[in-house]
Design a protein around this ligand. Structure first.
Ligand SMILES: *[C@@H]1O[C@H](CO)[C@@H](O)[C@H](O)[C@H]1NC(C)=O
Ligand SMILES: *[C@@H]1O[C@H](CO)[C@@H](O)[C@H](O)[C@H]1NC(C)=O
Ligand SMILES: *[C@@H]1O[C@H](CO)[C@@H](O)[C@H](O)[C@H]1NC(C)=O
Length: 704
């Protein structure tokens, strides 16, 4: 009896310690805000195709923020996943400036990670490095402002919702949602190393979920390695692509099916990780016309000017986006429904350092023993891009296709091409075997072309370690990093290592030393030379040890600020006008009177320029259902952020300032029968100045 009593007392004493720490030690808050960029006349970032200029919205862009606080130490970490191609230091600096104005020194460069999902269908022009803004025709202040304000708002919301929470880890294998787009490069890695893995891409979706003391869900972050390039480079509607739609689906499921995208309390992110060589186009590369499987190595097809690109699994890019998103969403829901591993215990903290890559020295890494050879030293190079970079990938062929002269149609390119710098013999030797196409590290006109200083950080939330990296790690690069950090951190109780891709600064790709020798696209875009990955492995091990031991690290050199030198050729909106006899918001082409499930309803309205107001947190259109004829009361069933709707803007005459908005709704299965209408919202710029809102309805129609 006595023994049992002691046992019981011991048990309850243990629970007092464990339960108390679980109940009070960690606080988590999640927030979401609209970050949609200017939806017209701004080129998309990702495919570097300056003809891919947006003219509407399919899915809105959101910023999803998670704030973690260790109540004991007061330490905080912020992780934000943004529906954007990547993040840049300028955006982070401005977000921090606004946070500091509001909260003092709570949020700094030392504890905030901004990670881009890497969607290729969102407006660019927000980075301060010239190469990345070149295809966009320069810097675009509207994109920059949209991202800064939205990210800031999402963090403010997460901050205000901080509450006691637990963290659970879970994972699942999703085998049919990605393929390797450079499989021959992957094969360059040592066979003994490859033998540790079943696939040539990572198939594991890793999930951290945050639960209140009463087990209700606060938020979920999922990491799955895949390029958000289901929407290809012919798409001109803003889209958060496969991962963005997966997030919308999961939020809808958890917040209730009537919640509009971006408006729910529970926030679910699908964030980027080691997606460098990973494509969602699971049917693989085929020739454009003959549909023959094309040569992986050369990407060439038999026909003259016949391109080789990958697609699938759907019948078109929308269908493919929906299918990949659904696989990710369903996988993540399965993990959520399974019991997870509680990883709450352990501190919250982060170390951050700016690192000047060309100046770094590192030890050679042995991928068979996962150790460094301390008698073999290597170093970084000035940034440079190799020739294969110009050929593009099977996800987006012909990037910067210099040979076919597509870049020469770009007025910004014409203005700068005579200022290109020659690589020096040291550059050539340092980057070998990469044949240098652009010695970006030596190009100073009009300002820095690619970063030399990158942002490196390692964060810890209980038993999870987050390595936030400034670029796109390939599959094997990511695996090496995770193996190394897992062995460094496991004794300290941080057992799950997650790579957070495209964080804070964008420095292109990171291929392994062996992949670098093959010089395919990812290797040609590994800008700091053959030992780029080894430098990161040395650095992240050092940072992880500092984090675990609580030793401070040097802040490193701040990246240069070019904000007063930026060039833009994107013209401002001049004015808007309605055609003779019409007002803004007039419906020019009405829908039919009757539709059924699966039909697409279309209406066209007299429109202003969408760049007059991005309508953050609002919408350019709604689908409305009549709920009471007597009171003329309508309820919103969809906005421009929903999958089933499209908002397409068309300029009719630049001189007259006339334009049209086409609003579409594909009626989903299960839509209740009734009376519906389409509603368009916009803002016009008056010729004598001032911006004014307008709106207009279509005639009503029946869904039967
Ligand atoms: C939303 O709809 C789906 C399928 O129609 C259903 O399985 C799910 O339970 C619904 N979710 C909520 C919160 O109502
Ligand atoms: C993009 O997808 C569309 C189908 O949605 C297809 O017709 C087109 O050929 C694709 N183009 C490229 C370059 O992938
Ligand atoms: C370490 O590097 C040195 C110098 O390159 C080399 O001679 C030695 O064989 C390497 N050691 C191992 C264990 O690979």
């Amino acid at each position: 009896m006595g023994e049992i009593k002691i046992g019981r007392m011991l048990l309850s004493a243990m629970c007092v310690v464990a339960c108390a720490s679980a109940a009070t030690a960690l606080r988590v808050g999640a927030g979401i805000a609209d970050v949609t960029g200017p939806p017209a006349e701004v080129a998309f970032m990702g495919y570097a195709n300056f003809e891919q200029v947006g003219h509407g919205v399919h899915l809105r862009q959101f910023s999803r923020a998670f704030v973690f606080e260790d109540e004991g130490s007061g330490q905080r970490v912020v992780f934000v996943s943004v529906d954007a191609a990547m993040m840049g230091n300028g955006v982070r600096k401005e977000v921090l400036k606004r946070l500091q104005k509001r909260y003092g020194s709570v949020y700094t460069e030392q504890n905030v990670i901004l990670s881009g999902t890497h969607t290729h269908s969102t407006p660019g022009g927000f980075l301060m490095d010239f190469l990345f803004d070149l295809p966009i025709l320069g810097f675009v202040k509207e994109t920059y402002a949209a991202y800064i304000i939205g990210i800031y708002k999402s963090i403010v919301m997460a901050h205000s919702k901080l509450a006691p929470a637990r963290v659970e880890y879970g994972e699942i294998e999703i085998v049919d949602a990605n393929i390797n787009r450079s499989p021959t490069s992957y094969l360059r890695n040592p066979p003994e190393e490859r033998a540790k893995y079943k696939y040539d891409t990572d198939k594991t979706l890793a999930q951290l979920r945050f639960l209140s003391p009463s087990n209700s869900i606060i938020g979920v972050i999922n990491w799955y390695a895949v390029h958000p390039t289901s929407m290809n480079n012919t798409n001109k509607l803003i889209s958060s692509d496969n991962v963005g739609y997966a997030a919308v689906l999961m939020e809808k499921e958890l917040n209730g099916n009537n919640t509009q995208p971006g408006k729910g309390n529970i926030v679910c992110a699908f964030a980027s990780t080691n997606l460098g060589d990973v494509s969602p186009n699971t049917r693989g590369p085929r020739c454009e016309y003959s549909r023959a499987v094309c040569d992986q190595e050369s990407l060439l097809c038999k026909g003259k000017n016949e391109r080789c690109f990958a697609s699938g699994p759907g019948r078109d890019m929308f269908d493919s986006t929906r299918m990949i998103a659904t696989k990710l969403f369903e996988g993540a829901m399965k993990v959520l429904e399974q019991p997870g591993e509680d990883v709450t215990s352990g501190p919250v903290g982060m170390v951050h350092q700016f690192v000047e890559m060309p100046k770094q020295e590192a030890y050679v890494f042995d991928p068979l023993t996962d150790t460094f050879n301390t008698s073999a030293k290597v170093h970084g190079c000035l940034p440079a891009m190799g020739y294969s970079f110009a050929a593009g990938t099977t996800d987006g062929p012909g990037l910067f296709d210099f040979r076919q002269g597509t870049v020469s149609g770009n007025p910004l390119w014409n203005a700068v091409r005579d200022f290109l710098a020659e690589p020096t013999p040291e550059d050539v030797e340092c980057q070998a075997p990469k044949p240098i196409l652009l010695a970006t590290g030596r190009m100073k006109f009009p300002y820095e072309w690619q970063p030399r200083v990158v942002s490196c950080s390692v964060a810890r939330v209980g038993g999870a370690l987050l390595a936030a990296v400034p670029g796109e790690f390939t599959t094997m690069s990511g695996r090496r990093m995770r193996r190394l950090l897992a062995s460094t951190a496991s004794t300290a109780g941080a057992t799950h290592v997650i790579l957070a891709g495209l964080s804070n600064v964008y420095s292109d790709y990171i291929a392994t030393y062996q992949e670098y020798q093959a010089q395919r696209y990812e290797a040609a875009s590994t800008i700091f030379g053959p030992h780029t990955l080894e430098i990161y492995l040395n650095k992240y091990k050092e940072l992880t040890e500092a984090l675990l031991n609580g030793t401070p690290v040097e802040p490193g050199p701040s990246p240069p600020d070019f904000s007063d030198q930026l060039i833009t050729l994107v013209p401002p909106v001049l004015w808007d006008a309605a055609p003779w006899g019409h007002e803004f918001g007039d419906c020019l082409r009405q829908p039919r009177s009757r539709y059924s499930w699966g039909d697409t309803v279309t209406a066209t309205f007299v429109s202003g320029h969408p760049r007059n107001s991005i309508r953050h947190g609002r919408t350019y259109m709604t689908v409305e259902k009549l709920v009471s004829e007597q009171d003329d009361a309508w309820t919103v069933v969809a906005t421009d952020a929903d999958w089933d709707t499209k908002y397409i803007w068309k300029r009719n005459s630049k001189i007259l300032g006339t334009s049209e908005a086409e609003v579409e709704w594909e009626i989903p299965e299960g839509t209740p029968p009734g009376t519906y209408r389409l509603h368009h919202y916009g803002n016009y710029k008056y010729i004598l100045g001032g911006i004014y809102p307008y709106h207009g309805f279509s005639d009503s129609f029946e869904v039967t």
